[in-house]
Design a protein around this ligand. Structure first.
Ligand code: GRF
Length: 222
């Protein structure tokens, strides 16, 4: 089943996606989704958002997608026996929409083998820290608690290890003496919204390869 679906993923040449149809996977408010929607609308990002998928029916991001005229789908984890079955259901939706690149944006589930195998090096995630520091939940609180003076945001390719894939783009954010989790998160979020569309554009543009764990791009760096 997964193999059949994998074959439906658009073919590529020279690592450039010929068919830049995106899916955005969310679980919550969807401000990064909104940044991607806005970047597509203003042609800063030359792509189509084919579908938005949420594991939570009440995700505000589903409303953002529908307001932008984008198909928005809730896929309930409870309707599937286990994580692999859930991921296969996600792959079915992605295949039905001829998606070429998957963007996780506040998607609060681990990505399993069925999804990784159907989209090798074609799943991006955004994380609110300078990876590899502060993986997992509450990255902004982890940064504050650790006492770092600089944190930030990272867009990376997704692998089977949490918050660990090759890094496409990062942005640094200073930690201020009077920062709270909320104030720090707000400033990081501004950078997230800036770098996520740029990272997607960079991946779609092709001309990159993975060397070891490095994302090596021949294009300009920002
Ligand atoms: C962002 O901070 C993102 O880095 C993290 O989850 C948050 C999602 O926010 N993975 P939003 O739903 O995009 O507003």
């Amino acid at each position: 089943m997964t193999q059949r679906i994998a074959n439906k993923v658009p073919e590529e040449k020279d690592s450039r996606l010929l068919f830049p149809r995106l899916a955005v996977l969310i679980s919550g408010r969807g401000t990064n989704l909104q940044a991607i929607i806005d970047a597509v609308a203003t042609r800063r990002l030359d792509a189509t958002i084919a579908v938005v998928i949420s594991d939570r029916v009440d995700a505000v991001g589903l409303q953002r997608a529908r307001a932008a005229g984008i198909e928005a789908v809730h896929v309930s984890p409870r309707a599937h026996a286990d994580r692999d079955a859930y991921d296969r259901a996600i792959v079915d939706v992605l295949a039905a929409h001829a998606v070429g690149l998957v963007c996780l944006a506040g998607y609060m589930r681990l990505v399993g083998r069925p999804l990784l195998d159907a989209f090798p090096e074609r799943i991006l995630n955004i994380h609110p820290s300078l990876l590899p520091s502060f993986r997992g939940l509450d990255a902004q609180r982890q940064a504050l608690d650790h006492g770092v003076r600089i944190t930030g945001a990272t867009v990376h390719l997704v692998t089977s290890d949490l918050d660990d894939g090759p890094i496409v783009l990062q942005a640094a954010v200073p930690v201020l003496d009077d920062d709270t989790v909320d104030t720090l998160s707000s400033r990081i979020l501004i950078e997230e919204h800036r770098i996520y569309p740029d990272a997607i554009a960079r991946v779609l543009a092709g001309g990159w390869s993975i060397e070891g764990r490095r994302f090596v791009s021949s294009g300009p760096r920002s």
